[in-house]
Design a protein around this ligand. Structure first.
Ligand SMILES: CC(C)(COP(=O)(O)OP(=O)(O)OC[C@H]1O[C@@H](n2cnc3c(N)ncnc32)[C@H](O)[C@@H]1OP(=O)(O)O)[C@@H](O)C(=O)NCCC(=O)NCCS
Length: 175
């Protein structure tokens, strides 16, 4: 990763710049309402940004979730976005690794993600079969539902991930 990039947790002052990142980099995506809703409630989200000088060039959120029957805390990773001119320079990876490290220290047992396995498997994510996402996924997306254990593991049961309200939008779970 370029030396000029700094990874840190975001704070409320970063909201306008995070909004600009999504509007500029992903104008056709419907992620911004989700991001704004998630960031309203810092008690359920851990949000990291990548900065270059005063510009935010990357952003990722980990949302606290629950799994019925599991006592440990779990988290859902997403959205994750890096502005196009700064992609493939390690910023997305650094945001994920910083987040995983923090969640591991806090005792989170598992992190779930819906995304391209070719990207997420490098962090240790593997296909998840026991804990279902909140909405059934289309067949072509099933391999994209993944999880990783942070070493605070308890046995996984057949269950379902319960997510906070901002994630309860079927469009977020379908092409
Ligand atoms: C996906 C994304 C967050 C990755 O962040 P990044 O900072 O560009 O990626 P990194 O520098 O950490 O990692 C680069 C590696 O990831 C791979 N990669 C990047 N985007 C990928 C994608 N969408 N699917 C699969 N692999 C991807 C690159 O080929 C590269 O692989 P290599 O290390 O084997 O050469 C960023 O490219 C992005 O915002 N893309 C558009 C939004 C998007 O697709 N989000 C969904 C994520 S699944």
């Amino acid at each position: 990763m370029a030396n000029s990039v700094e990874i840190r947790e975001s704070n409320p002052c970063d909201l306008p710049a995070i909004k600009s990142l999504y509007l500029y980099a992903f104008p056709d995506e419907e992620l911004l309402p989700l991001v704004m809703d998630l960031l309203q409630d810092a008690t359920v989200t851990t949000s990291f940004i990548g900065t270059v000088g005063s510009s935010i060039v990357g952003h990722g959120i980990f949302t606290s979730c629950t799994v019925a029957g599991m006592t440990s805390n779990v988290a859902l990773l997403g959205p994750l976005a890096v502005t196009p001119t700064w992609q493939e320079q390690g910023i997305g990876s650094a945001i994920i690794r910083n987040g995983l490290q923090k969640l591991g220290i806090e005792g989170v047992s598992h992190v779930y993600v819906l995304g391209d396995p070719a990207y997420y498997n490098r962090f240790g994510f593997v296909p998840e079969a026991n804990v279902a996402p909140p909405y059934p996924l289309p067949t072509q997306w099933r391999g994209a539902w993944q999880s990783m254990s942070l070493g605070n593991a308890e046995p996984l049961r057949q269950s379902e991930l319960s997510v906070p309200q901002p994630w309860m939008r079927p469009a977020l779970w379908a092409p």
